[in-house]
Design a protein around this ligand. Structure first.
Ligand code: TYM
Length: 333
């Protein structure tokens, strides 16, 4: 039986991934690579929608690949590559732009939020066409599943719509992908504002855990997380969003159920609970951070691995793109 395909991506916009990236997405990447034919990319082209210093983009792209490897993405089991190394992403991206309606692209909430924040004059066209490039990332690999956090769901729905539209106009070319979103951890919230998602682009980093940050810094952030009124450590997203977020983080990292944690902390205060969550987080990421730093020391080894990944990815991408071009009626070269 052929294994099901998986594809996902992550932007290298910061020096470190934040906790939500791992719990919402990358943790699932690592589990899925065991039984699936998985393709994972550092979405460096998507990072260009934010103006970044070239030296910094270069550094963050390699740092992202190193973090993925340190977190457990295994090049023996999956294909890890940089999006810009496989030119077909842009080529199919254009096709997707020609299929997508202006109205449907305008309804993407990520675009609406980000463009509202920065204002029309400072919003680049690439932010608008971003989901069409993302659709190309996925469809090139005929992915069955796309492991992501909740905030990416709408982009996968658009991808399915575009694939379906292409298939019905030009003949079956693309697999319709499904979003793979877990119930627990799909949306990790900011520690200082537990009603907004944890995000690298948050106004303040006080509520954002960066996995490459020093352990003491992260322990302090967790110990100063905003909690709720009352004293009970109980999961209740409406009444106790802060405590519920911390319970989710503990549970996903420790593998223990929320009910088990609730009974362990029955009668104990928020302070004790936060100290334990801080320890769970810090000890989980301590060796990972160390490993990522070691991987970064051998830049040529890391690049060799990414080049191999790009070669493997390109084989699949070239095949899909040439089929799509042929079905569109473009004359073959
Ligand atoms: P990016 O780089 O913003 O985030 C990477 C992954 O982390 C998830 N995530 C979260 N999950 C739970 N709680 C949070 N607070 C949280 N914050 C982020 C995101 O949902 C994502 O899965 N457009 C994508 C990158 C991309 C992509 C792709 C994804 C490019 N091409 C193809 C899937 C398939 C993005 O901006 O992710």
């Amino acid at each position: 039986m052929t294994r099901k395909r998986v594809l996902s991506g992550i932007k290298p916009t910061h020096d470190s991934f934040q906790l939500g990236n791992y719990l919402g997405a990358v943790k699932q990447w690592i589990e899925l690579q065991q039984e699936h034919d998985a393709f994972y990319c550092v979405a460096d082209l998507h990072a260009l929608t934010v103006e970044t210093d070239p030296a910094l983009l270069h550094k963050r792209t390699l740092a992202s690949a190193a973090q993925l490897l340190a977190l457990g993405v295994d090049p023996e089991r999956c294909t890890l590559f940089l999006q810009s190394h496989v030119a077909e992403h842009n080529q199919l991206g254009w096709v997707m732009e020609c299929l997508a309606g202006f109205g449907e692209a305008s309804r993407m909430t990520q675009f609406k939020d980000k463009s509202q924040k920065s204002g029309a004059d400072r919003t680049v066209v690439g932010l608008f066409t971003y989901p069409m490039l993302q659709a190309a990332d996925i469809l090139l690999y005929q992915a069955d599943y796309v492991p992501i956090g909740e905030d990416q769901r709408q982009h996968i729905e658009l991808t399915r719509d575009l694939a379906g539209r292409f298939n019905s106009r030009y003949g079956r070319t693309f697999q319709l992908p499904e979003a793979y979103i877990l119930k627990s951890g799909a949306k990790i919230y900011d520690l200082q504002d537990p009603t907004s998602k944890m995000s690298k682009s948050a106004g303040s980093m006080q509520g954002v855990i960066e996995i490459m940050d020093a352990p003491e810094v992260n322990a302090k952030k967790i110990k100063s997380a905003v909690t709720d009124t009352g004293r009970e450590v109980r999961f209740d997203e409406k009444e106790k969003p802060g405590i519920s977020n911390l319970l989710t983080i503990h549970s996903v990292l420790s593998g223990r159920s929320i009910a088990e944690l609730e009974s362990e902390f029955a009668g104990k205060g928020y302070g004790d609970f936060k100290a334990v969550v801080a320890e769970v987080v810090v000890e989980y990421f301590r060796p990972i951070r160390q490993r990522a730093l070691e991987i970064l020391e051998d830049e040529s080894g890391l690049l060799a691995l990414l080049h191999q990944g790009a070669d493997k990815a390109a084989l699949v991408a070239e095949k899909t793109l040439s089929e799509a071009y042929r079905n569109l009626g473009l004359v073959q070269r």
